[in-house]
Each structure stands twice: as structure tokens, then as C-alpha cells.
Design a protein around this ligand. Sequence first.
Ligand SMILES: Nc1ncnc2c1ncn2[C@@H]1O[C@H](COP(=O)(O)OP(=O)(O)OP(=O)(O)O)[C@@H](O)[C@H]1O
Ligand SMILES: [Mg+2]
Length: 494
Amino acid sequence: MIEDSAEDAELLQDQLLVSGLEAEFERVDSELELRRTLDGTPYDLVLSDYQMPGFSGDVALKIVRSKRPELPFIFVSGTIGEDIAVQALQNGAIDYILKHNPVRLPAAAARAVREARLEQERAMVEKELLRSQRMDCLAMLAAGLSHDLRNVLQPLLIVPDLLSTYSEDARVHKLGKIIAESVRRGHDMTESMLSFVKGSRNVGSEVVKIHELLDAIEMLMQGTLRRGVTLRLQVPDEEFSVRANFTEFQQCVLNLCINAVHAMQGRGGEILLSVEAHPDSPDTHLLLRVSDQGVGMSDEVKQRLFTPFYTTKPNGTGLGLMSCKRFIDGVGGGVRVESTLGEGSEFILTLPRYMADAEPALADRFVDGGGRLVMVVDEDATRLPLIANALSAQGYLPLSVADGAAALRSSAEVSQIDLIIVDSDLSLMSAATLLTALRNRGVSAPVIALQEMEEALPHQVLPETLVNGVVAKPPEIPALFRAIQNVLDVDPPR
Ligand SMILES: Nc1ncnc2c1ncn2[C@@H]1O[C@H](COP(=O)(O)OP(=O)(O)OP(=O)(O)O)[C@@H](O)[C@H]1O
Ligand SMILES: [Mg+2]
């Protein structure tokens, strides 16, 4: 209540309480007091006199509108004339009541509060909707971006394999390995982005040694550690391993470490990354802890941590922990948080442990092509020569054609085709049409389709009756040769 007369205020209060409104009241009668009270308590309604000595209702309305725009404001005055009342409503008051005729007050007050609450709910729903739309946008952006990025990386995926077949120089091999590794990580990241968007994960996994992962993180964090913040690793056993995608795993722990650095900003302290066998199931699970000596969290923050877009930082996205959680869920693990306000926080990850003798090694050697004729039909001008090169390096005879029509022409010029590799997304003549036409002309070679595996992207799927094997795009050379071996039914060398 903004009211200079204590008696008037009391009268209005009685009126409202008698009508059954459950409320508490506070009275102010100066600008300073009004500003101070508005900062503190979450009021539901303002009732204001219009003319007070040293303070005017118009000013009060302006202050309330600017500080708490959602708070309903009703003038209750003995003096308000029609002109002023209209002006007041235009300025944002929602009603005016005459003091000498206050019967309408309880109903007006109740309605004002009810409508303000409804409005708040509506605003929240709208915000939630906006948030989910933002999520959709983000998903589309990420899908597009990762798709394009994958196309950029595609040729690079194949180059290192070729380099090593063309040169005996050990230095070239070493450089090729570095390229291969970096490109594979880049490619993994695009895949993670896509699977993140789709909410599934089909990202290839590998055996990740925790000590290697944490060493890499220590290196990456060097630039991020602020003054007074140190990072310590505790890995008692170098064989501790988890089957996961290295890049995603690294991103997850990095997110936790960066949060820890933020939490220790201006305080300093130690981040401890430690791993141990799970005390309850040491053979099957590991515990990975990321603990900090930062500000800690309130219960509210603790509860909302993993919610998308929940952030307490001015520049945060609030996606860091959400993506951590997705990774952890994806490998079949779990995460728990312990935190004390003012002392620090600890994220405790339970991860399925990988034991070395659980899986046989992959035989990664392939048979010689023995001069078999392989027709490669691909409209992608970078991919075509790369696949052809890989084939000839392995002893096959590649016959590269850039589209369906060329494939039909070439097929007439050779006596026998041993294998057809075809992009399932041919645009000029569809792959299905081409394969059917080849069949009709008596070409009976087995077919390997290069197929887009990403459901988020537009692509064609060839009927099973037309293909004998499928290789995911972008084709990795080992996967391609494995498929070739399968469809040609040749035994790999011992
Ligand atoms: N180690 C921590 N100590 C204290 N609070 C934390 C810690 N880790 C996370 N939080 C709280 O959880 C919130 C959500 O974290 P999350 O990583 O998801 O997003 P963010 O860090 O705010 O933004 P971004 O990761 O995009 O920079 C943070 O804003 C912070 O309030
Ligand atoms: Mg974060």
C-alpha cells in the first residue's frame, strides 16, 4: 500500500480481510521506501493513493512499472477524477477505486492478482516454448553443419591410407598417421553432433585408457587454468580403461573441468581428477571423480544442473552438463554430484570398466584384388578418384564412372565386371534404375552401396534385392575392403 494515512490504510486492509482475501500488507509513503520495499519482497499487488504530501501516485506508478512491470497496480483514492483515472490506466494502472465507495475493492484486488498470476504462467509457457524452438533450431544448425563438415573431411579420411601405400618413407607414414588421427577425431565430432541432435548414439567406440585421456585433458587445460588454480591427476593403474568414443569422453571431462575452473574463479584451489576401481564392483566398474574447491552449489542449482539451458553464468549456454550426462548415459554409466556451498563440488562418474581380454583383436589385413575389375559409380568428384586409387593400390582394377549413363556405356565396353561400388544417392539416374538396367543387360556382379547412415539427412535406401553389401558414407578404406571381402567371399590372409 502506498498511502500516507495509516487510518485509511487500516480501513482498506479490514475491508479486504473481511471479504475473505488472505493477505499480508505493508505500507510505504515515500519514494525511497517504495524503492527499497520493491527490491525485497515478492509482492502480488500494489494499492496506491493518488495524492499524498511529498509523493504522487503518478510517480509511484512509474517506479513500480519500471522495477516490477508484472506487478498489478490499483489506485485507491478519494480525489481521482475521470480524466486522471483514464490517464492512469493508460500509464499502466489496471484499475482505480474511489475511497468513499470501496465495495468494488475486494473483487478488483482478487481479479488483479489472479490475472497477474495467469500472465506469469503464460509468460513461462512462452519462454519454455521459445526454449524448445531454440533447441530445434540448434538441432537443425548442428545437423547441417556436421553434414557439411563431414563432406569437407571425407577426402582427408582416405588420403592417409593412400599415402602409406605410395611411400616407403617412415616419416611420410608418421605424418599420415597424424593426419588420420586428427581427421578421425574431427569426423567423430561431427558424428557426435549428429547423434546428439537425434538423441541417439551410433558413434564408434574404442578402448580409452583413462590415463591417456586425463593426460590429454591436462594438456588441453593448461591454457584455461587461471592464477591460483591447479590441476592434479590421480591414476593408480595405467590399465584402467573404458569402452567409449575418445572425443566425446574427452569433451565430457573437459566440460566438468571448465565448470570447476569457473567455480574457483577469484578463489583459487585445486581440481582433482581421480580414478579408482568401484569399491562394490571393482572388476566391472570404475569411479572417475572431478572435484573442485570452488563456490559449491545450492540445492536448487544441484537439482537443475543437467537441465538443458540451465545456467547461472552470464555467458553460459547451460548445455555443458547436459551433454556430459548424455555421454555418460550412452556408455551405460551414471553420474552423481556432491557439493557443499562455499567449499566445493565433486562430480562422481560410474563407468563400465573395460578389461583387455574381453575382446579379440581385429584382423585388419585384406586380400589382394588379383586384378578384379571394379566399377565405381559416384557423382562426388573428390571421392571417386580416392576410392579408385585405394582399389588399385590393393590390386583391383578400378573402372571409375561419374554417373549412371556413363556406367551403362562402360558396361558395354568391358567383357566382365567383378564388383560394382555405387553411391546410393545418385541424382541424374537413380542407383536403383542403374542397377536394374545393368541386371537386364546381364551384368551379375555383386553390388556394394555407399549409403548415408544418418537418418537426419535426406538419402535413398536401395532395395536389398539390388545390393549385396553396404558401406557407410563417408567410406573408410578398411570398412570398404572388409565389405569387398565379404561380398566377394574371399578369405582374409592369415
Ligand atoms: N563445479 C561446479 N561448481 C559449482 N557450480 C557448478 C559446477 N558445475 C556446474 N555448476 C552449475 O551448473 C550450471 C550448469 O552447468 P553447465 O556446464 O551445464 O552450463 P554452464 O557452465 O553454465 O554453461 P556452459 O557450459 O555453456 O559454459 C552452471 O551454470 C553452474 O551454476
Ligand atoms: Mg559448463
